[in-house]
Design a protein around this ligand. Structure first.
Ligand code: NAP
Length: 259
């Protein structure tokens, strides 16, 4: 039986790459984001190329009611969601006290609030069926504090914690929760967050490679995955030994723009 994956933030970057990968395996899709035109173009491409069926739901995940709307839409269409991929998210650049609080609140709703709401809704069905896979796209940013992106890093730390905690609650249930923590990835993220000019994206990974890494980790039901082995070593074995202030200074330096 074909497995259906619901992917948020499927209109570009890692989400679109995950959609292409799932479709190439013959899976059906529910594609969610705000840009309906981009989602519809992807739907047509994937239906034509892979003979799968894709459903587009245009939704703004900065609105707290969007998750319930998405869930109701899939239920009304009789769709069973076998994989929930919470990928939508965005960042920003600047000191917190100088930043736009409204944008930070939207970010918290997209990166955390709607992710929790969607997970709560679809997880109940998955547990009742004793099967399902959840993949959260967090970030390496979730594993340390991030001066000049304080709220973004904190939202990703929330996702890292949340995903691992529910993974443990779900042990033996047939349902898994995996969190992917990528380093820099070449997508629309840098531009959307006004992050151009920082050195972080000089050697960014491709969206396709990150999607493949996350998808494989989800299929295996892994707890937490970092896509780059060197980054994984640094975050797991070096960073915890550094004095906090040194870590913060290093983290800030990686985010500063060259003028
Ligand atoms: N790129 C990186 O360096 C990097 C590194 C680590 C983690 N990540 C994480 O990877 C995930 C995907 O980002 P990406 O790199 O692929 O960037 P991207 O190309 O900018 O994609 C972000 C996606 O999120 C969607 N989105 C943003 N705001 C939304 C909203 N209010 N409602 C619904 N959808 C919304 C966008 O769709 P619409 O604009 O059409 O709504 C888009 O499809 C994010 O969670 C990001 O934090 C990225």
């Amino acid at each position: 039986m074909k497995e259906t994956a619901l992917i948020t933030g499927a209109s570009s970057g890692i989400g679109a790459a995950l959609a292409r990968l799932h479709a190439s395996k013959g899976g059906d899709l529910v594609l969610v984001a705000r840009r309906e035109d981009a989602l519809d173009a992807l739907r047509q491409e994937l239906e034509r190329t892979h003979g799968i069926s894709a459903t587009v739901i245009a939704a703004d995940l900065s609105l707290p009611e969007s998750a319930a709307h998405i869930y109701a839409t899939t239920k009304a269409a009789g769709l069973r969601i076998d994989m929930l991929i919470n990928n939508a998210g965005f960042g920003y650049y600047g000191k917190f006290h100088e930043s736009d609080l409204g944008r930070a609140q939207d970010m918290m709703q997209v990166n955390m609030g709607s992710l929790v709401n969607l997970t709560h809704l679809y997880l109940q069905d998955m547990v009742a069926r004793n099967s399902g896979r959840i993949l959260h796209i967090a970030s390496a940013a979730g594993l340390m504090p991030g001066p000049l992106q304080a709220v973004y890093y904190a939202t990703k730390a929330f996702v890292v914690s949340f995903s691992q905690a529910i993974a443990e609650e779900l042990s033996g249930s047939g349902v898994s929760s995996t969190v992917l923590c990528p380093g820099a990835v070449a997508t629309g993220f840098e531009k959307a967050g006004n992050l151009e000019g920082t050195s972080t994206w000089d050697n960014a990974a491709s969206a396709d490679s990150v999607a493949a890494c996350g998808y494989a980790a989800m299929e295996k039901g892994e707890l937490l995955k970092i896509n780059e082995p060197s980054l994984s070593f640094m975050l797991n074995w070096v960073a915890p030994l550094l004095p906090r202030k040194a870590l913060l200074k290093q983290s800030r330096k990686s985010m500063e723009k060259s003028q």
